[in-house]
Design a protein around this ligand. Structure first.
Ligand code: PAF
Length: 239
């Protein structure tokens, strides 16, 4: 029996559906975790207002054929005395890590714990969060976890905006401007972003070192539209 894990923080959208479908197609048993992980949010970030609707998320998981939903409480995941942190070094300190100190330590720690609690053969992550994917791949290789990390293509709105649970925060006017992040990545032109740009860079997909544009490299970006911070990634196609 192969087990596929789809780790999520809920507020499921079409991108999560794509992860679940891929896991359903490739694994005998599909487990979706549902846990808004407090340790990956910094002070003043959106942990408290992060959209939560467990009933809706469970219904979507069932529609997409998940066999089990693992939805632990914060107290179960982080009981009194919890004190271990997984840190992936430099890879977790640049770009998103520089703008959100401690974020990737929180992600790596919770993902390792989710792996240990659900014992998957494969785990599924979206390509939009490319640095998260690289961090998890690094951790999985470094610690010899023996789990296959599978990346799933970003799902986009017709105007190019990557699906994200945080898109729900956008006002109509911010929603109109938000696809400019994707347009800027495609053109590799930071000037196209109709918001406050945090970074736009071309990086190696494993190390996140900045590189000259080349097939297989990633174009990554993050920008704020009002109080909503969005990230996106595209891959430079080969010939
Ligand atoms: O991408 C996410 O939703 C989260 O960062 C993850 C991987 C579920 C860890 O909390």
């Amino acid at each position: 029996m192969s087990v596929g894990l789809v780790p999520t923080m809920g507020a499921l959208h079409g991108g999560h559906r794509a992860l679940l479908r891929r896991a359903r197609a490739e694994c005998d048993e599909v487990v979706m975790s549902l846990f808004v992980n407090p340790t990956q949010f910094g002070p003043g970030e959106d942990f408290d207002r992060y959209p939560r609707d467990e009933g809706r998320d469970r219904a979507i998981a069932a529609e997409e054929g998940a066999d089990r939903v693992f939805a632990p409480s914060v107290a179960e995941m982080y009981p009194d005395g919890f004190s271990t942190t997984v840190s992936v070094g430099d890879l977790g300190a640049v770009f998103e890590g520089a703008h959100r100190p401690g974020h990737f330590d929180g992600v790596a720690t919770v993902v390792l714990k989710l792996f240990n609690l659900t014992r998957p053969d494969a785990a599924y992550f979206g390509q939009k969060d490319a640095q998260q994917l690289a961090v998890i791949r690094r951790m999985t290789a470094d610690l010899g976890l023996g789990i296959q990390i599978r990346a799933v293509e970003t799902v986009r709105e017709p105007d190019g905006l990557a699906l994200s649970s945080r898109n729900a925060y956008l006002s109509p006017e911010e929603r109109r401007r938000a696809p400019s992040l994707h347009r800027a990545l495609v053109a590799r032109d930071p000037g196209l972003v109709e918001g406050d740009l945090d970074y736009l860079a071309v990086v190696d997909s494993d190390t996140f070192a900045e590189v000259e544009p080349r097939p297989g490299a990633l174009v990554i970006g993050a920008a704020r539209f009002g109080s909503t911070r969005l990230i996106d990634t595209i891959r430079i196609e080969g010939r």
